[in-house]
Design a protein around this ligand. Sequence first.
Ligand code: ZN
Length: 283
Amino acid sequence: MRFCALATIMILAWASPAQVAPAALSATLAPSAIRQGRVATLTILASVPVSRLTVRFAGRSWPLYRETNGAWRTILGTDPTTSAGRHTITVEALTPAGARLAVRRTLTVLRVVFPERRITFDPERQALLTREAVEREQRRVNAALRVLHGERLWEEPFNQPVAGKVSSPYGVLSIYQGVTRGFHAGTDFPVPEGTPVQAANHGIIRLAEALPLSGNAVLIDHGMGVVTSYLHLSAINATVGQRARKGDVIGAVGSTGLATGPNLHWGLRVSTVRVDPMPWTRQ
Ligand SMILES: [Zn+2]
């Protein structure tokens, strides 16, 4: 009698009010609670044509990327400066008739107690850390990342760009010469000078040059606002505009720029927010 019962359920579903008047805009958030430094994915579906679709979270708007099935998607990033607690995500759009559609979701950000590290540079390295150098580097990085690829190029999971243990994890509060300079925006691997550095995933090289503080640097655009960075290299083996495959050697470990010794600093940005790259290697 299983067949008959199933038929009854289908008839009830057909007649339910939810089927008659579906929501015009729906949003799915996964996961709904994350630690500081992690990300959540928001997927939006519209049952009518919409325009001016916007997503706001943590005091800013987020770029939306179109999926092949017609849905829109964005990856919401957090860092140690994102306040812990419940955040409202607001999705808004206009129908062709000009009616305003809105849907809200809640993302809970869980506080992480990040450790502190004190770093003392020799006078020669310390001289590199000037406001002018910080601004010059930021200008170069902003220019390199102005236009990013709209479609996802990466395949899960990301590879760790060098093998070995972590010396300084993401999020550590960095105190240079006794002054707090913000959080550590990546993961450091203390590997020997000259160790090959591999692209963590498929992408497009957006920056491959010497920067004042990061030293020899490579930035890879993986699409949908996801960018990885490889800093303090002794050698660069990549050119801007070139496609990289996961595992391609893009440079060698060094200690250029503001580094206390040979190490690879690996970072991951999501729409300019520097998030923890390590969870991306375990997906
Ligand atoms: Zn670092």
